[in-house]
Ligand binder design. Structure first.
Ligand SMILES: *Cc1c(COP(=O)(O)O)cnc(C)c1O
Length: 385
């Protein structure tokens, strides 16, 4: 009962990688809370299991499940999204060059520029919605292209197919951070990417109760190298987390449907609000890359970015008044969250780069949850005032 690509998403979400336990018939994959496994004779192990850093049956079930949802062959689970990102960077050597989209998650930006740059990795930031500029960013030593779409927090949409084609023509690996979409809304491997990365902390976990990351690929050689790094570095998730993520993927499709529906209603409502200057949401016709979003996404997601009329004072007033929305970093949980990127999630991005990206004091990021839409909208209205 592992990956059967002909089945629909909901069926794979519930069944891929998760045959009932052969010894007891338990319908849920048990939490194999064990560090080691008994061998029948030296080197003779059951399946592949000898030590849980290398492999564990609960983790394996989650890895197979998520690979199926991304329409990939192989999944690898990690203790966090940034741990997964670091493994992709460890495919590189000193002197290699990366083309990185200019509007990435703050922690990704920090990892590239403050950890891997010191190890001799060269980085060029580029606005990947501009294909000419992206083409110009490649160098003879470019080995990796890293994109995130929609970007964070300005929700630009990068054409995965077009940028993957550029990466391929330069012999570089194309990696896409698909956290904002989840595998339900976008499958970068089907658009030409080599590696998909997720922070499972967000939509995949979906309940704001666990930290984790995954990588998915269909390339056997890349899988082998990344699995070796997973084993060598050891940033693997705890077994309880694997169980939680497995439980969560079973409802991913219905949660994402509601996130999308609610976010669209919030975006339309705020677009008409007199105290809101601008709303950025890939599902709005006013979004500059709406057509690309329609082409490569199966829905427009739960993230909405707004520019209030005014500045920091107006932003602060709204953020202090919300009651259903919680003022917190992170995203993708069932509960609605609101945050101020310039002060919170993107504080580690240098001020001049923030200004260039349009991460201003009146920019507010919403992670629209799956509460009742009337309550969500009433809360935003009373907070904006
Ligand atoms: C949260 C996030 C990450 C990092 O994941 P952690 O699980 O917090 O380590 C990476 N990319 C994106 C887009 C994220 O939102």
């Amino acid at each position: 009962m592992s990956s059967n690509p002909s089945q629909g998403f909901g069926t794979r979400a519930i069944h891929a990688g998760q045959a009932p336990d052969p010894s007891t018939g338990a319908i849920c994959v048990p939490i194999y809370q064990t560090s080691t496994f008994v061998q029948k004779s030296p080197g003779v192990v059951v399946e592949e299991y000898d030590y849980s850093r290398a492999a564990n049956p609960t983790r394996k079930a989650f890895e197979d499940n998520i690979a199926s949802l991304e329409q990939g062959k192989h999944g690898l689970a990690f203790s966090s999204g940034v741990a997964a990102t670091g493994v992709v960077l460890h495919l590189l050597s000193a002197g290699d060059h990366v083309v990185l989209c200019d509007d990435v998650y703050g922690g990704t930006n920090r990892l590239f520029h403050h950890v891997f740059a010191q190890l001799g990795i060269e980085i060029t930031l580029v606005d990947m919605t501009d294909l000419e500029a992206t083409k110009g960013a490649f160098k003879p030593n470019t080995k990796l292209v890293w994109a995130e779409t929609p970007t964070n927090p300005t929700l630009k949409i990068i054409d995965i197919e077009a940028v993957s084609a550029l990466a391929k023509s330069h012999g570089a690996i194309m990696a896409v951070d698909n956290t904002f979409c989840s595998p339900y809304l976008q499958n970068p491997l089907t658009l030409g990417a080599d590696i998909v990365c997720h922070s499972t902390t967000k939509y995949i976990g979906g309940h704001s109760d666990a930290i984790g990351g995954v990588l998915i690929t269909s390339d056997d050689e890349l899988y082998k190298r990344m699995k070796f790094i997973q084993l060598s570095e050891g940033a693997v998730p705890g077994i309880q987390e694997c169980f939680l993520f497995l439980r969560s993927t079973k409802t991913l499709h219905i949660r994402m449907e509601r996130h999308c529906e609610n976010a669209m209603k919030v975006a339309r409502h705020l677009e008409a609000h007199p105290k809101v200057d601008r709303v950025v949401y890939p599902g709005l016709e006013s979004h500059p890359q709406h057509d690309i979003a329609k082409k490569q996404m199966h829905g427009f997601g739960g993230m909405v970015t707004i520019y209030l009329k005014g500045g920091l004072d107006e932003s602060r007033a709204m953020l202090e008044k919300v009651r259903i929305f919680a003022l917190a970093e992170s995203l993708g949980g069932v509960e609605s969250l609101i945050e101020h990127p310039a002060i919170m999630t993107h504080a580690s991005v240098p001020a001049d780069q923030r200004a260039k990206l349009g991460i201003t004091d009146n920019l507010i990021r919403l992670s629209v949850g799956i509460e009742d839409i009337d309550d969500i909208i009433a809360d935003l209205d009373q907070a904006i005032g």
